[in-house]
Design a protein around this ligand. Structure first.
Ligand code: AR6
Length: 196
């Protein structure tokens, strides 16, 4: 990349985020990965958005299994099989409802990503796909959520060598463009921090 007007010493060399991170646009229910993550609610009994799409594609046995789990607190994660999905497992996590930012929303959203990744590692999974948790019905601001998703995952991968692919699946183009832009920004921040 060319940075006109900057002396070589000040030119940031762009170090990308962890190369195991991918950003794609599409429908997460079609992905053939070890696990897809569901943006569920605390009942784990299904809903709209990506949750509804996952339950429709997985078939009724997923709901029967989820009904035995006793729900899930916000920020935590639970794992089930994927049933009729191409993915072997579904990791159900519950994102925070956005209530203005002063109710621990950032910490809880980061916990969703960390706890989902931890479950994947505990089950020796190699590939996992995330939707943009909390940015639909739960109204978490998209840019802020994207930073948390990418940074938390990048930090997790820095201390983990078993996961091979983490895919962020963006359903709409606004989400996809935001993920691409924030990933580029974070890469610059990472390289600047390394230079300090
Ligand atoms: N593949 C990937 N992403 C999708 C798909 C799909 N098939 N469908 C929607 N999205 P949301 P939340 C995107 O509302 O904000 C449910 O009713 C969507 O465009 O699904 O965490 C649950 O039961 C958005 O970018 O999840 C909870 O009650 C992102 O997924 C509540 O909604 C998340 O939007 C959870 O709300």
């Amino acid at each position: 990349m060319h940075f006109p007007g900057r002396s070589p010493a000040l030119r940031p060399h762009l170090i990308p985020m962890d190369p195991r991170i991918e950003i794609q646009q599409g429908d997460i229910t079609r992905l053939q990965v070890d696990a897809i993550v569901n943006a569920a609610n605390r009942t784990l009994l299904g809903g709209g958005g990506v949750d509804g799409a996952i339950h429709r594609a997985a078939g009724p046995r997923l709901l029967l299994k989820c009904a035995t789990l006793g729900g899930c607190p916000t920020g935590e994660a639970r794992i089930t099989r994927g049933y009729r999905l191409p993915a072997r497992y579904v990791i159900h996590t519950v994102g925070p409802v956005w209530r203005g930012g002063q109710h621990n929303e950032d910490v809880l959203l980061a916990a969703c990503y960390r706890n989902s990744l931890t479950l994947a590692v505990q089950h020796q999974l190699l590939s996992i796909a995330f939707p943009s948790i909390s940015t639909g019905a739960y109204r978490f601001p998209l840019e802020r959520a994207t930073r948390i998703a990418l940074r938390t995952t990048n930090d997790f991968l820095a201390t983990n060598s078993s996961l091979q692919r983490v895919i962020f699946v963006c359903y709409d183009s606004r989400t996809y463009e935001t993920y691409r832009r924030i990933a580029a920004l974070l890469s610059e921040e990472i390289s600047e921090n390394r230079d300090q």
